[in-house]
Design a binder for this molecule. Structure first.
Ligand code: PLP
Length: 416
């Protein structure tokens, strides 16, 4: 049995909280579902699911520029999500662009700010553990303008190596694009220090906060990043919704991203003028229902609060680390002290895919493979890992189940 205190006592009523997620009641392969693939996408509470159908049943309408009641109701609900997003990260409302997700947010910056500001000979520094969506847009940009993309090395523990980073900085570094938390390792980067080093060098900083949003408080003013992107579906909201923060002055100077309706001021064949940010970057009919439902996800996280989330998560991290240290032949990747409950590991003598399938046979969903961080896997000399990633609704009982099963698999199929 678990010796540590239980989440139920120290943080929130997990039984009540789990009951808000209908999917958590299902079985997989005859076992209760243990969903530990939250870094890929989280499950959705009833409040989010209900909000989607409430929109379609009650006030489905296109937003902005409408005079009728339904259009006004939809616009108001849509803009309420922008307000919640801005409060969630402590930004101004005009500094939050609604996107399809982190990937679109990063591509938007590469295509607008990037094409206007990155020139031949410039360098773009990205973390060695970035998700492909924070590497590939910069490579496409660099190819176009004749710039270079260079990886910032990781420390042994799997966070960005600050000293190595500082030694790479010079006037050619126009942009630094780094994650707040690594999706493959769960490690939390010393974002304040890195941003301050980059700014001291005169570089602009984009933060990929896809994994940070559901786990730790984000305050864009406190960390002083220039751009920050995150996705709704990784924090209990629907897919197809994301948010891009930019300091207003930067957004204001940027050329538009895609052109079309919603983002224009006046259109004529003699020339077209655009709206001011954020609408300047939101051409076309957006994902209205999902954006509206996302407001419920912000409410869900804010109601629990990050103090409680962090407390519960620390329990899981401490317990998991003590279990992992006792499993023969288990190698953990991402051993930094500062980390969220994302555990990447391999078992000696067993392919990660096999571990994933054996866990699935017991109803435990984990992800296996390179987790969209192929360069990092290649640095580590491995093809991939098994990744168990937790969310607020995962209990200590589920945590125990995971490690009991990993231990069983290792004993039965492992080579050490
Ligand atoms: N960045 C990180 C760190 C991620 O973990 C992910 C998704 O796994 C992304 C970016 C891409 O997010 P999305 O697919 O929601 O655009």
């Amino acid at each position: 049995m678990i010796e540590t205190g239980s989440i139920e006592k120290i943080a929130y009523d997990i039984t009540e909280l789990r009951s808000r997620f209908p999917i958590l009641g299902r079985e997989v392969n005859g076992y209760p579902l243990v969903y530990l693939d939250n870094a890929a996408t989280t499950q959705k509470p009833s409040s989010v699911i209900d909000s989607l159908s409430a929109y379609y049943k009650g006030y489905n309408s296109n937003i902005h520029r409408g005079v009728h009641t339904l259009a006004n109701e939809a616009t108001e609900a849509f803009e309420k999500t922008r307000k919640s997003a801005s409060e969630f990260i402590n930004a101004g409302e005009k500094e939050v662009v609604i996107t399809k997700g982190t990937t679109e947010g990063i591509n938007l910056i590469a295509r607008t700010w990037g094409e206007a500001n990155i020139k031949e000979g410039d360098r773009i520094l990205v973390g060695a553990a970035e998700h492909h969506s924070n590497i590939v847009p910069w490579q496409i940009l660099a190819e176009k303008v004749g710039a270079a993309v260079e990886p910032i090395p990781l420390s042994q523990e799997g966070i960005l190596d600050r000293e190595a980073f500082k030694s790479m900085l010079d006037e050619s570094v126009r942009l630094v694009a780094i994650n707040f938390i690594s999706n493959s390792l769960g490690t939390i980067n010393p974002i304040n220090d890195l941003i301050s080093d980059a700014h001291h060098n005169g570089s602009i900083v984009l933060v990929d906060a896809a994994q940070a949003a559901p786990h730790i408080e984000i305050d864009v003013k406190a960390i002083d990043c220039d751009f920050l992107a995150f996705s709704g579906h990784k924090m209990f909201g629907p897919t197809g919704v994301g948010f891009l923060y930019g300091k207003y002055d930067l957004l204001d100077q940027m050329p538009p991203f895609i052109g079309g309706g919603e983002m224009i001021d006046q259109v004529s064949f003699n020339g077209t003028s655009f709206l001011t940010p954020p609408l300047k970057f939101e051409a076309g009919t957006p994902n209205i229902a999902d954006v509206i439902a996302m407001d419920q996800a912000f409410g869900f996280v804010s109601d629990i609060g990050f103090d409680a989330i962090n407390k519960a998560e620390k329990e899981i991290v401490d317990y998991s680390r003590s279990r992992m240290s006792k499993i023969q032949g288990l190698k953990e990747y991402g051993t930094a002290e500062e980390k969220i409950a994302v555990f990447s590991f391999n078992l000696e003598g067993i392919h990660p895919f096999d571990v994933g399938q054996l866990l699935d046979a017991k109803g435990i969903a984990v992800r296996t493979g390179h987790h969209c961080t192929m360069p990092m896997m290649s640095d580590l000399g491995i093809e991939g890992t098994v990744r168990a990633s937790f969310a607020v609704y995962n209990s200590m009982e589920e945590t125990e189940k995971l490690w009991d099963n990993v231990e069983r698999i290792q004993k039965k199929y492992g080579s050490s």
